[in-house]
Structures are given as C-alpha cells and as structure tokens.
Ligand binder design. Structure first.
Ligand code: ADE
Length: 237
C-alpha cells in the first residue's frame, strides 16, 4: 500500500507555507504521496480582536499564546482525521534536536500535525493536555540552537527533511540508500563533481575518472570521514 502522509499545519501566518507548492514537495503532493492542509489559528480566536496571545502569568517580557485557540484548532484537526495515530509536533528551540534519524522516523507516520508558535511560545498546558490524549504523541522539536521568530520556518525545514524520505518522492532512490549507509552518526557526504573535468584550473580528482568502482568507493568513504572529522573539530563534537 502507498504510504501517504497527511500534514496539518497550524499557524497565524498561513502564507508562510506558499513554498510547499514548489519543487519536490509540490510534486509529492500532486502525485498523491502527501496531503498538506494549512489552518489559520486566528479562525479559532473569538474575541473582538481575535487575539491569540496574552501576557505571561508571573510577569516577564513578551506574550504567550493562549491555550483555547490551540486546543480548538488541534481538536478540529484530530476530529477530521481518519488516521489512528497522530504526531503532534510543536516547534520550539527548547525541543529535541531535529536529526536525520528523527526525520526518518517521522517519514513512517500517517499523520503529522505541526503547531507553529510565535512570541514566547504556547501555554505549557497545551502539550501537557495532548500528552494525555490516546493516539496522540507529542513531540517538541528544535531545528537548531538559535531562536527564530516562530515555528513556521522550522516546520518547512522539518517537512523538507521528512518528505524526501517518503518512498516514491525522489526520482532516484539510490541517493537515499547511499545516505542511509552513513546513518546515524554521519550525514556528511563526499565532495561531488560533474563536467567539465577541468574548470578554472581546478581538476576533478583523477580517481573519479578511473572507472575503478572499488577505488572510487574507498576514496569517497575516506573523503566523507575526513569531512566529518573536520566538522567535529570545528563544532567540538
Ligand atoms: N521556534 C523558534 N526558534 C525555533 C527553533 N530553533 N527550532 C524550532 N522552532 C523554533
């Protein structure tokens, strides 16, 4: 059976998701491999000002997103889904780090809900509540140690990493097989070259022109290892 994943994205800025119509993800949706539904959180805000945030209890700078519109939006998404299990992904710099391993795991799920917070984040009770709902798994995810203005761009990053791993999305699945050999500890690839063989005085490494596949494989492995080691020296990991 085809592994079709439904993505429900909830945000106060639905226009952020326009790029999902492009390229690989746009094609994946056209081909029925994914279904992407975008929801405006503001539709669930019912005051005169359609406000979705308020000042933090205990004081402090900034605003916190109110639990009611989030509860209403997520309940509606869950009610309209025929999936049996749901991943509720909440983007936050305080979350678990998005890695290739996490992306690969998400690519096996049937329903992913992305909650894109803004300001100082979403009232903590929202994740607390959905952790108790049967069939829902809450996952707080961070795309890196920096603070974005909101979860929308982090959602785009996560979706791109996940969707290319869905069977049938990439034209040439061999590239996935090559990647998976180096998981989980190493996602760094060897350097790639194409024609011309000589460009601005720089030559393509001789071994790649040799036609000796065993030798090429060995060279590429060494190159990937060297790059990984250098990266580790830079980042102290
Ligand atoms: N929201 C704000 N910063 C973020 C980050 N680094 N990752 C995920 N969501 C975020």
């Amino acid at each position: 059976m085809m592994n079709k994943i439904t993505f429900d994205l909830i945000s106060i800025f639905p226009d952020y998701f326009a790029p999902l119509k492009l390229s690989l993800i746009g094609k994946a949706e056209e081909n029925g491999l994914v279904e992407i539904k975008i929801h405006d959180l503001r539709d669930q805000a019912h005051g005169v000002h359609k406000s979705v945030d308020d000042t933090p209890y205990g004081g402090g700078a900034g605003m916190v997103m109110s639990p009611e519109p989030w509860g209403a939006a997520i309940d509606q998404v869950l009610a309209s889904s025929d999936a049996t299990t749901h991943e509720l992904i909440v983007l936050t710099p305080a979350g678990e780090k998005l890695t290739q391993v996490v992306a690969a795991e998400l690519a096996t799920k049937e329903h992913l809900i992305f909650a894109c917070g803004r300001y100082e984040g979403i009232d903590h009770r929202v994740t607390e509540h959905y952790r108790t709902v049967p069939g829902v798994r809450v996952r707080e995810l961070s795309i890196g140690d920096y603070v974005l203005g909101g979860g929308e761009v982090a959602t785009l990053v996560t979706m791109e990493a996940v969707i290319r791993l869905i069977p049938g999305v990439l034209g040439n699945p061999d590239s996935l097989v090559e990647e998976s050999h180096s998981l989980p500890e190493n996602v760094v690839e060897y350097p790639n070259y194409t024609k011309p063989a000589s460009w601005r005085g720089l030559e393509v490494p001789e071994v790649l022109l040799s036609g000796n596949h065993a030798l090429i494989k060995k060279w590429r492995t060494e190159q990937a290892q060297t790059r990984t080691r250098k990266l580790g020296e830079q980042t102290g990991e």
